[in-house]
Design a protein around this ligand. Sequence first.
Ligand SMILES: Cc1cc2nc3c(=O)[nH]c(=O)nc-3n(C[C@H](O)[C@H](O)[C@H](O)COP(=O)(O)OP(=O)(O)OC[C@H]3O[C@@H](n4cnc5c(N)ncnc54)[C@H](O)[C@@H]3O)c2cc1C
Length: 406
Amino acid sequence: MQHCIVIGGSHAAVQLAFSLRQEGWNGNITIISSDENFPYHRPPLSKIVLSSESSVPNIPIRATEFYEKNNINLLLGKQVLRIDREKSNVTLNSGEEINYTKLALTTGAYARKISIPGHNLKGVCYLRDLRDALEIRESMAPNKSAVIIGGGYIGLEAAASMRKRGMNVTILEAMPRVLARITSPEVSAFYTRIHEEEGVTIITNASATAIEGADCVTGVRLDDGRIFKADIILIGIGVLPATELACAAGLDINDGIMVDEFCRTNDHNIVAAGDCANQFHPIYGHRVRLESIQNANDQAKIAAKTLCGKLETYSALPWFWSDQYDLKLQIAGLAQGFDNVILRGDPNTGRCFIAFYFKGSTLLSADCINSPKEFMAIKRLLVDKKTANPTMLSDQSINLVDSFID
Ligand SMILES: Cc1cc2nc3c(=O)[nH]c(=O)nc-3n(C[C@H](O)[C@H](O)[C@H](O)COP(=O)(O)OP(=O)(O)OC[C@H]3O[C@@H](n4cnc5c(N)ncnc54)[C@H](O)[C@@H]3O)c2cc1C
């Protein structure tokens, strides 16, 4: 009997296993996950789990019956320590060896660790999995102080959730603005304004040099000597792809597991998908490693087809979202390489606008804040590889779709 082993137990893993059945895989399927929890949605961890007081979050990716119905075997709380490509087997931390005919790597990413003095003190937290979220929530309480190192999406979402629970929140960002790696100065300024309106202190150009405290954290020290007092310190400085297993098995690695357009690694019996995979993107003309639910799901579908012998090129439009306070940000496309930003609406007032990113006359992407209908229309436009008239886009008296160019 053929056997597909899926290493990982999150968005890419569950989608891949399900898609294998949809594509006609008749053999066994085993998902092996080092997370002891039943596969759950990660985005709510920073948005809902941190801000709610209910004890057990109910956020399964699929219901229990789904695995039974599709005859998918789940091994939870088990880590794969080694892949032996010659013997076509994997070794678990329990010592058990399991043979595969095909292997899928959906090992995802883990939080990048900070290495300044005091980094091991109690009260230094990361937010990647359910256990992290529950631990952070446990230590949260009104009027306690949190310092968040890193003003990316995780840091900003956690800040919003912590404010909701009545905490004092300071964000320390090493760059001159929050979200600097990902978005335009206009959108960064908007998020800074909103967080400040909501009571968060944001310090930019802030280089943390030490975490203060004897047993537990008491604060963060910056290179200019300033100290920010804290009961909790959340580190949100990005993630690193989990590639160690693939690397030790001799697979090609370069900021992720290198895969071709069909999600195959350099061993064609092994595919990779999700946060761990680095792939050429035909829309952008270069390799990218994306960290999003959209990408995890879409690559998993392509990888499953590949394992079933149906080769289809990955070409999905990237999209992403972030929820903070009453703001829903929806991003269509990738802004990388933009040379012009067109605004529709005023980010300096109110809480609803769109930032369009152009390279020459080509529309690359759009950040839509509280504009879900517009997001859907722009996504369609980008999927159809069309562009829009920048002058018309910026004029809110003109219907958005009238500025689209066929
Ligand atoms: C707090 C938070 C909020 C987010 N919000 C959003 C959002 O709003 N929108 C969005 O698009 N994306 C969001 N993301 C990103 C999104 O969750 C990831 O892109 C997505 O989870 C990637 O899925 P994945 O399956 O590739 O990897 P992961 O979710 O990282 O899962 C990988 C799994 O593999 C397991 N694993 C790794 N190595 C082994 C091994 N050797 N043996 C066994 N198991 C192993 C890990 O334990 C893990 O469970 C958020 C992420 C976080 C942490």
